[in-house]
Design a protein around this ligand. Structure first.
Ligand code: PEP
Length: 250
């Protein structure tokens, strides 16, 4: 069975609930009857409910950009997987490089969140990727292996099927610099090969690995033409309904 591509919007800390609703009003007609790819929109927490309401019946799924690993507790400012489930979110982005860079998230913490997301049947989109200095030092493969092993530590193959990995080279996020399809495909192959070793051939063969980093309407087709690339995690270009719809309809 071919892997169904997944195109996810990461709105980061943009859009009020009213702006999010306006986006959905304009976006949904542009992707009506689109069945080839799974479409996921990840707004900030305050807009998740309105976006879920707007997306009802559309086939577009809604996710969060982060979560805590605990079900509940004295964790001021955090949001739990139970809370996300309760409002109807189905996906969650974990370990985005901005979380790693600005909020000190590391593989150990992301691994706890990943286990919790799987436990609560939220589809995790787990991000890995090297920074520019690591790429220039020839350490990309080493970094991807460390992160892949770290985030997947202790996860059984029997639980791993829902996992989606996003390869996001940090030097390409929000910079306008995109990895070439070949660079992305090479990195995806490193990740898939390692997942094969850790979780077996079946999980590896079915694992969707998204590319993220300055995906735009004009480069989406070339990226998606790579058989190793199973979709995209889109930041800046997902904020505009026309632009995100063009990417979805690559
Ligand atoms: C992202 O936020 O995951 C991302 C890839 O951002 P951008 O598309 O803006 O580079």
């Amino acid at each position: 069975m071919p892997r169904k591509p997944l195109i996810a919007a990461n709105w980061k800390m943009y859009k009020t609930p009213a702006q999010a609703q306006e986006f959905m009003k304009n976006f949904l007609p542009l992707v009506a009857n689109h069945h080839r790819d799974e479409i996921v929109v990840c707004p900030s927490f305050t807009s998740i409910s309105v976006v879920i309401a707007a997306a009802t019946g559309s086939g577009v799924a809604i996710g969060a950009q982060n979560m805590h690993f605990a079900d509940e507790g004295a964790y001021t400012g955090e949001t739990s997987p139970l809370m996300l489930k309760a409002i109807g979110a189905t996906h969650v982005i974990l370990g985005h490089s901005e979380r790693r860079q600005y909020f000190a998230e590391n593989d150990e913490l992301i691994n706890k969140k990943l286990k919790s997301a799987l436990h609560h049947a939220l589809i995790p989109i787990v991000c890995v990727g090297e920074v520019l200095a690591e790429r220039e030092a020839g350490k990309t493969e080493q970094v991807l292996l460390r992160q892949t092993r770290g985030v997947l530590a202790g996860i059984a193959a029997s639980a791993a099927a829902p996992i989606v990995i996003a390869y996001e080279p940090v030097w390409a996020i929000g910079t306008g610099k995109t990895a070439t399809p070949q660079i992305a495909a090479e990195a995806h192959a490193v990740i898939r090969n390692e997942v094969n070793k850790l979780l077996g051939a079946e999980i590896a063969a079915n694992l969707r690995i998204l590319y993220g980093g300055s995906v735009k309407p004009d480069n989406a087709t070339a990226l998606m033409a790579e058989t190793e690339i199973d979709g995209a995690l889109v930041g800046g270009a997902s904020l505009d309904p026309q632009s995100f719809a063009k990417i979805v309809n690559y």
